[in-house]
Structure formats: structure tokens, C-alpha cells
Ligand binder design. Sequence first.
Ligand code: GLN
Ligand code: ZN
Length: 714
Amino acid sequence: MSDDFPVSTVLGYPRIGPDRELKRALEAYWDGRAGRDHLERVGRQLRADTWQRLAELGLEGLPSNTFSFYDQVLDTAVLVDAVPDRYRECADPYFAMARGADGVAPLRMTKWFDTNYHYLVPEIGPKTRFRAVADKPLAELREARELGHETRPVLVGPVTFLRLAQAAPGSPDGFTPVDRLDDLLDVYVRLLSVLAGEGVGWVQLDEPILVTDGGSPAVRHAYRRLAGHPRRPKLLVASYFGDIADALPALAVTSVEAVALDLTHGVPEGVELLRGRTVVAGVVSGREVWRTDLDRARSLMAAAGATRVSSSCSLLHVPYSLRGEDILPGRLAFAEEKVAEIVALAELGPKATPVAAVTGAGSRRGSDTGVQERSAYAVRAAAQRDLNLPVLPVTTIGSFPQTAEVRAARQAFAAGRSSREEYESLIEREIGRAVALQERLGIDVLVHGEPERNDMVQYFAEHLDGFAVTRNGWVQSYGSRCTRPPILHGDVRRPAPITVRWATYAQSLTGRPVKGMLTGPVTIVAWSFVRADLPLRDVTMQVADAVREEVRDLEAAGIRVIQVDEPALRELLPLRKGDQDEYLAWAVAAYRRATGGAGDSTQIHTHLCYSNAAEVLAAIDALDADVTSIESARSGTGVPGFGRGLGPGVYDIHSPRIPGQAEITARLQRALRNIPAERLWVNPDCGLKTRTYEQVEEALTNVVAAAGAVRAST
Ligand code: GLN
Ligand code: ZN
């Protein structure tokens, strides 16, 4: 046992800044409003403040190299010099990889395990020349030392890095990045010896991939080699987002000194294999915002044989602190408050008492029986014929551009600086503008444009009981982008209709059908912090009931088409294959519960972006929506042939580029090979919120013209 591992630590910490200072500095640098030196200064200050704050709170083990200007996986690519050649000539290769640069596309971005954080996917090929570039960890280490802090450098581990990478374009068939493990290990050995040369005592290697891939031979091989090297600091292998029972036999045959376990997922079977090593107990959740039950945490420590305490994963996934928030007194803990809990637990130490079971007593759990379901699609399609839509109907996904004026007006109203009448008349004017534009362009099923919504989840959270919203609870999503997730803390109820006022106003302006626009139950829980005292499934069913009431009210108010978006359907997919079917079954059930109260003549639409991956296609089909719109303009994925209406996106709204009419026509013709014309819809691939009215008008003109041309030829 290595007794010198600190009694309390965190695996990582937020880095965007308590007031999102890094976001602003990055955007100023990207826009050319500030130089590199300004950005570096802001970064240095944020790191210094973080170390100082952690030390003040009494935390013993301070991590370093957890800061990043964009993403820790991208930093790791730089660390091992896995920079694809196309970026090397760019003025700033780091940000070119992150965001693209004149004519050079960025690296692909995807979700970090099952979190809402997104990382950049490294490209590794047979010819990638790895090389140790230790500048960043060394600079942070020295910077901390100058401030009087001895730190533990944190690196993404080699197995996780390669497993998250993709084969570089042009790699031969059958090549996978893990084929390069031995070459990469040479570089990690070198990095470890450089850090040892600097007098570093401990290094943390993050290997969350152990949760899904723990049993793979790569794990044993990598840690035998790294730990077997004579010139190295002591190693803490940190895993999180699940239990690593499968990896324990492999780690147990290495001489790794310490292992950090995410005990919020329970104590892994076989934990006794770690006897003789330091076990770091991740008992303070880095994913939830609730105060830790200290008794329960102490029993988990005892059961795992742990004497050291940590967060379950990096605290990157929670906001900085509760300062300035006045919600849910006594119930919440953000990063700073969690650090205080870790320090307290380290003092209290383990205590062997039985771990109490999670109970949800007293909560309302939506019952599964007696909920009306919809008729068969053919019956519904017949009942919807009087909508009188042309073949290849054109529609949009919901939002229209959000102008600075609308955002300012929303803030003024929220701050009490303007009256409800003023605010609502502005919203009505925006709706009028969006409706008039859609009529002029010849769109068939209109939307009101969502000007009243700050965000598709937060807006509903603000109008449902059981949710709280923070003032400053920002969490990094990717690069400079942050979200402020609502907190679902109690039973969810809908005190009053939410969207009916705006949908009916829009419908009063036009003879064409207006789509009511709702966010689905799965997406609402996926993008919120959720209560821990009820299974997620039950929480989602409560939200589904609230959405169901809204669907009924829209219908009763004369809205004939209702879209219930589920862009996050795939985001909650469990990491382990074996758990996925169960999740998909209840996610689909929640959606059908939300929409199943609609009559046959009401047309239900759904929309998903970046979800059309193979593992969820069957579930999307099972949602049983009358019309499904999916992203496809960007990924270029083939169009699956659902047996109901389908709208493959024909306009990539994530890019300022305007698609030409010919290009859209070609896409539609390609789609017609899989879907008969009676069931093909024409739409952009997501909401238009981030575009300008100018771009939208030009692009939609081409969309309508292309639909017309294809209609004429079928
Ligand atoms: N209806 C939403 C919008 O148009 C959908 C957004 C999304 O799918 N992310 O903005
Ligand atoms: Zn979308």
C-alpha cells in the first residue's frame, strides 16, 4: 500500500470559469478581438484560482493538467503528437482541429461516454507518428509549484485514448487505432519518465473505457508495461461512469499503486483483488447535483476497502458553486460544496454499516395501465387526409431565427424591467413575422417559430412544477459552449397549459395547419439534473404525463399537427450493450405515453437529430409517430424506410452555407428510392434558431422550389 496518496482529492474540476471567463476569452480570441496573450492570461488566472480555492477548502490532493482551452481528448492528441497532417500548416493547429480553419474541416465531435460533454475524436492511422510533447502538463506542474502547490498531473489513459479515436481517413480495411497500442505506450513510458524527472510523485491516468472494455487484453498489456517501467511516478488509474468489475483481474496483476473507483454505481464485484493497493473511493457524485449522504458514502468506502476519498469522476459535469443561488435550500451541492463534502468524508473515514436501499416512498409514479394508445397507422393516415396536404409536404423543425431583440426583451421581462404586455406583444409580432414568411415562401405545414423559448428544455422546466432553474449553473458542453441544465427535484406536474396560447395565436393568422411544438419526456430528463430518489424511468413517465396533458390541450384548441421532439433519445443510451434494450423499451413507452392521447385525426410528428444511429433506429420506428424528421443533410447517412411519414433533412442548418435547389432536388430523388412519394416530407435537418432571417429565406426558397420540381416529376 502506498500510504502517501492524499486522503482527499478530486479527479478533475470545471474550467470554463465561475463566470464563464474562459468562454468570453476564447470567443474574443476567435473573433480577433483579443490576442493569444490575453487568452493565456485568462487561462493562467483560472488555474491559479482553482488551485487556491481547492487548497482553501482543505483538499489535500490537487490535480493539474485538468485545465483545457477546448477539450482534454484534443489535449491528449497534442500530448502524443497525433495531429493529422492537414492541420499542421494552419496558423493555429489546436483550434483548427477543434473548429476547422479556412477550408480545413474540424475533427469530428461526439459525446463523452453518457455525459452531455462532447470531445473531439482523434484520428489515428497506421502511419501516425507518436511523439511525447509534454509541454502542457509540465507547464501546469511548474505553474502550480510557483504558487506553492504540489500537484498530480492527470492524463487521459492510453487505452481510452485509442478506443475513442477513429481510424484516420485512408487507413486500410480492418485497421483500428488500438492496433497502435504498443507504439503509443512507448510515448506514455517516455511521458512518465519525463514527469518522474521533474520529481512528480503521482500521475493519474483516466481510463473510463474500463467500464465497457475492462476485460480486453489491451488493459492488462498496457498497465503491465506502464507499471513495469522502472522510471516513473506512482500511478493512479481512475475509472468512472460505471463499475469496473471486469477490469479488476487485469489491474490486479500489474504493479499500479492506486485505483480510483466510481462507487456511485455500487462496489464492484471482486474489489478485494485490489487488496494491497490504495483504493480511492469516488463516493461524491460528479454527475449529480445533490448533497451526498455521508453515512451511505462512509459505508461504501468501508465496503470497498478504501481509505481515500474523491469525486466519482471529474467535477467538470456540475456547476462551480451555489453562491448566488437561492433554490432548494439544503439539498444541493455543486463543485465547491462537493469538495467540502470530500474533505469532511476524509476526516470521518469509512464506517461499516449496511448500505441503505434507495427508496422513492411518497412519490407519485405514473401507472402503466389504463393509458389510451393510438389506432394503427393506416387508420390514422385516413383520418388525417382532410389536412389536404400536397405530396412531398414542406415543413420546418420549429424554431425561426432568434433575434437579439427577442433575447433582450426576454431578459428585460425576466428581470422585471418590462411588462408582460410589452413582452407578449413583441412575441406576437415575431410569430406574425415567421408565419407571414412561411406563407409567402409556400410552406405547407407552418410553425410559430418558438420566439418565446430560451431553450427547448429550460422553457418547459420553467413552466412545470417539480423543476428549479439556476441563475449561474453553467456546465461545459463543448469548447466555449455551456448549458444551464434545469434541476428536476420533485414530482412533475403541469399547473397550466404552456404552449397553447402561442400555437393558437399562430393558427389564428393562417388558413394552413400550424404545428404545435413540444419537447419530449426523454429529452427533458436527459438535459436536466434529475432527482436520485426515483428510478429515471419513473421520473420520465411523470414528465410524459405532463406532455400528454399538453398534447390534449393543443388538440382541444384546434391544433391538428403536433410535433414532440426527442433529439436526446440516443443520449441516455446505457454504456453497456446489455442494458440498452431495457432503456429503449421504457424510453419508447414514455414517448408513446406522451403522444398516445392524441386522436387519430391529429398528426403527430417527431424530430431527432444525430440520433439516426443503427442502435436506435428500431426504437425511433417504435415511437410510432405519423411523421419523423431526422438529421441527414450533414451526416449523409442513408435514409431508412420507415413505414410512416419520413422527412430526411435536406438543409444542414449547422452551417451558414445555403444549399442550392439542384442539390436539394438530388437529395429528394435519392430519398424517393427508399420512401414512396406519399410518405416523403421535405424539411431542414433541425431548428433554424441559430441562422439569420436572410439565410433562412434564401435556403427555404430553394427547399420549396426543389419540392415543387420533384412533385411535378412524380
Ligand atoms: N423544435 C426545436 C427547434 O426547432 C428542435 C431543436 C432540436 O432538435 N435540437 O429548435
Ligand atoms: Zn434537431
